[in-house]
Design a protein around this ligand. Structure first.
Ligand code: TYM
Length: 337
């Protein structure tokens, strides 16, 4: 079900680590920009956040979950246009994940690159980590989602969701699951670490390592320090197709934050020394995050408002999810409650 003729968008962020500019340009910024074109549902995926239980400190987890919800609003998600809720408030996510678990081949899960990277050779990892993509598929499929706006690292999870939905539809045709499409931005879909452009900018690294990321709530002086000390090279090459990985990362970020074309950016910075590019990027990053931080500061003083938004969001989400869940149960032959 969609509002009018609008297609449905669903996406989410895990409330773990430190939210950074990669999460913003890869995901949340495009959610906000496309808000009027779609029927939007944005979830703080707190159930996913406990798949690495060693990293969960209950007090911090609770605070971080509310922080991410407030950041959605601060980044421009408008509760009048978009539904915002916490995943654990809508029980259908866990319930549908169980049904999908029984239909998801184990081999597909063992092949997921994020599982392999996170599990490594540690045999005591939780089952939830392996099962993570199934819960994510439940998130998406419960809302008859057409588009999933995410960064590039989530592409394999969306492919998995599509394959699983097709399998379910073949086995139980009455399920009629909608096959979702990833929506990956043309620039900023994979922001790399400023300190090491060979690794993706990551919330968990950002938590412990200064200079790795531009945090959404970082002070301008920290943003400046991180960008000015970003790893570059000695080539003086500021053209998108020829730059080394560190400079390319800065150029890509500059492109998304300035909205300028590649040609304009190359004309401005090529052959100028990287200092000029870095200074200009500091200005763009600070200017982009300033209104986000100001709105966030206002929201920290209105906890009741945020909680009311999340309650209303969960109600609407539940009403949609319950229908799809019932359709799936019915297609599989469960007796209606
Ligand atoms: P998470 O919490 O790791 O990241 C949230 C969003 O930010 C994007 N992202 C990046 N984009 C560009 N450059 C980066 N360095 C970068 N790092 C992260 C991610 O692609 C993501 O869009 N599995 C998801 C959460 C999830 C979800 C869902 C998403 C659970 N259920 C259903 C969409 C739909 C995740 O871990 O995102």
């Amino acid at each position: 079900m969609t509002v009018g003729q609008k297609q449905r968008v669903f996406s989410g962020v895990q409330p773990t680590g430190k939210l950074h500019i990669g999460n913003y340009v890869g995901a949340i910024k495009q959610w906000a920009e496309h808000q009027d074109s779609y029927d939007n549902i944005f979830c703080v995926v707190d159930l996913h956040a406990v798949t690495i239980p060693e990293a969960v400190d209950p007090k911090q987890f609770r605070a971080k979950t509310l922080e991410v919800a407030a950041l959605y609003l601060a980044c421009g998600i408008d509760p009048a246009k978009s539904t915002i809720f916490l995943q654990s408030h809508v029980a259908e996510h866990s319930q549908a994940a169980w049904l999908l678990n029984c239909l998801a081949p184990l081999g597909w899960l063992y092949r997921m690159t994020q599982f392999k990277a996170k599990a490594g050779s540690n045999e005591s990892v939780g089952t939830g980590l392996l099962d993570y993509p199934v819960l994510m598929a439940a998130d998406i499929l419960l809302y008859d989602t057409h588009k999933v706006p995410v960064g590039e690292d989530q592409k394999q999870h969306i492919e998995f969701t599509r394959d699983l939905a097709q399998r379910v539809n073949t086995m139980f045709p009455g399920a009629g699951l909608v096959i979702p499409e990833p929506m990956i931005p043309p620039a900023g879909a994979r922001v790399m670490g400023l300190d090491d452009p060979t690794v993706k900018m990551s919330k968990s690294i950002a938590e412990t390592k200064k200079g790795h990321a531009i945090g959404l709530l970082d002070a301008p002086s920290d943003i400046k320090k991180a960008i000015m000390s970003a790893q570059t090279d000695s080539a003086n090459e500021a053209r998108f197709d020829h730059a080394g990985p560190g400079v390319r990362n800065l150029l890509d970020l500059y492109q998304v934050l300035s909205g300028q074309s590649r040609e304009e950016i190359e004309a401005e910075f090529h052959g100028q020394g990287y200092g000029k590019l870095k200074k200009a990027l500091v200005e763009r990053a600070v200017a982009a995050l300033e209104p986000v931080q100001a709105r966030y500061a206002g929201l920290t003083e209105s906890k009741d408002y945020l909680e009311a938004i999340l309650r209303q969001g969960a109600e609407r989400a539940r009403s949609i999810a319950a229908r799809t869940h019932a359709r799936l149960r019915d297609a599989m032959g469960f007796v209606a409650p």
